[in-house]
Design a protein. Structure first.
Length: 235
């Protein structure tokens, strides 16, 4: 009589243990699903904010065009309802900035929709005077010589194209560019000009055209958030 009772108790114990394991498995799965879903939810939230902000900027551009077409004295009220980011107005531009760690658009991407330009990682600014061109971002600043143009070639020495590069308060200079270590390619006639002018850009470029024993172009590119200057040779 005792044996059946032990078997019965054993079965009950087995059922209880199985139930506990089943509940633990369910809890584990729920935690994993929720943990994986949180970044997705955050990404959806940021993307929704980006889409809404883009629509507002497009509507604002449309109203600005309508007011401009109506002539002097025309006015229009436009409520700005943004859930994130900041709005600044400078240099005849309305700039909306949204900081996010989510991959909403590709890094350093630039998209133009009419008069609205959408850029990612856009921290490059350019300045120029009669003799100098400045490219800078949040990390480095590069000072170029500015001279000549397409219709007015002047003497160009590649050792004088870059005057200085400043990084974390330290300035370096003395740069020279030669093709195949040929000294005759370091001087010639040409010009140095800014190709991309503006602020809050994804990148900006300076072109140095040199006509020496070989005619070629040096294209200097500063990307947003980069701590280096890219140089390409084009012929």
């Amino acid at each position: 009589m005792l044996f059946p009772r032990r078997d019965k108790m054993s079965k009950k114990a087995q059922v209880w243990v199985s139930t506990v394991l089943y509940i633990l498995i369910i809890v584990t799965v729920l935690v994993i699903v929720l943990g994986a879903a949180l970044p997705i939810i955050k990404n959806i939230s940021h993307k929704s904010s980006y889409i809404r902000s883009k629509e507002i900027m497009l509507q604002l551009d449309k109203i600005i065009q309508e007011v401009a077409d109506q002539g002097a004295g025309s006015q229009r009220n436009f409520p700005l309802k943004l859930t994130a980011g900041t709005i600044t107005i400078a240099n005849s531009k309305v700039i909306y900035t949204q900081k996010t760690d989510q991959a909403i658009i590709y890094p350093r991407a630039a998209i133009e929709i009419g008069n609205v330009k959408i850029q990612s990682d856009a921290d490059v600014n350019t300045y120029q005077t009669e003799n100098y061109i400045i490219l800078n971002n949040s990390r480095i600043s590069v000072n170029f010589t500015r001279c000549g143009n397409e219709s007015n070639y002047v003497s160009v020495n590649t050792a004088n194209i870059i005057n200085s590069i400043t990084y974390e308060g330290n300035s370096i200079s003395n740069f020279q560019f030669l093709l195949n270590d040929d000294g005759t390619t370091g001087t010639g006639n040409g010009y140095i000009k800014l190709l991309d002018d503006g602020s809050s850009l994804s990148f900006a470029r300076v072109k140095a055209h040199i006509n020496s024993s070989i005619e070629y172009d040096l294209i200097f590119t500063l990307q947003s958030n980069a701590d280096f200057l890219q140089v390409n040779v084009e012929r």
